[in-house]
Design a protein around this ligand. Sequence first.
Ligand SMILES: [Zn+2]
Length: 400
Amino acid sequence: MQFRSSFNIFKPKSHSFIYHFFKQSFDFQRISKQLYLEFYSPKKSKNNSYDPSSMLRLFLILNLFSKSHSYSSHSPKLDLSKDLIELCGFFPYQTPTYTTYFYFLKRIKASISVIFQILNKARALLVKFFFKSYYSKAKYIILAIDSKPIATDGLHPKGTIYSYNKYLNGKLGIKIHTLSIVYPFILPISFDFTPAKHHDSPILRKLISTIAPIFADLNTPIYLTADKGYYGYENIEVCTLNNVIPIICPKKNLKTEIYEKFFQVEEKVFCIYSKLSLYRNGYDKHQNRINYRCYDKECSRSCSHRVWIPLGSRKYRKIPSEYFFSMRSYIESSVSDFFKKLYIHRSKIELLHAIWSKTYALRNTIYIRNYSALKLFELKLMKQITYDSIFKLKCSPLQK
Ligand SMILES: [Zn+2]
């Protein structure tokens, strides 16, 4: 294989943290081989290709570390500093045009959802790199998740905004969901976008299960803080399965009642008043939960007669054998001082969202032509946020 660029990363004069990040987090020689075997045809073409791993580094640099947004079909020449070009492994004066870059993404079948996934994982690797390089003395890591509505107009999937914000409430729009590290430094990790009316809760499961495994070998306790919109057995379970300790604010009034009125012995649920086992009374496929009913007509008026129990990640219609026990102990621990001490850090993600509103003019209704314009908007916003969080904000991990 003879390429026009190198899988080697040349150490630049500036931006040396990117050099170390690449060196520590990726095996570009292996990635180069793998991408070549899987996506490149061995037929000889007129021009030699660029090394696949240096194209991949270009993709990462453009989306994580570059301010420039000009590389496009309108302006096909790569506008990056000499140092960033060297980090990609390109020789100065021999850089790919936008068409070549575009076909590279197409060649490796990087659809928009794949691009989101790669970038979310790359940011998780970056957070891990910062933690290991500059913050390894911290006793734990705190993550936070939240969403923020953005009013939009145009021919793309959107939904009604339900918000405390008077200006936004009732408008149509989308939601940006962010999972961010908030201690010992602040950096957004993983993003998702949905129509505004979508619930926040399932996004926690999606984002945490893709990024948590990347932190697995850090040997540091990882906490995830979230407000009561994310509370529920499914989310507590998925955190635990991913070795993340949930610090999610319980919906207290609603839940303690349930835990006081019913109890469980293995897979049977009992009414605390009649002491009788409840009957199964229906299954909600959409939310994967089972309804139980107390059929004792003489039962106390305090009995609520029915309860929904979520099955979490279970595929079979069996309730988790320690459901009541684990939820009750979760609620008990949620009043502890330690829980409260960690939960305070959650507000930093709200602060981040407020900064973005101002910086990227997200308070005005944004016109988005159609679905592909929406995807471009999302990518560009993510790119700006990432760049500013690393290079511009006072709370950047590089400020240490
Ligand atoms: Zn009862």
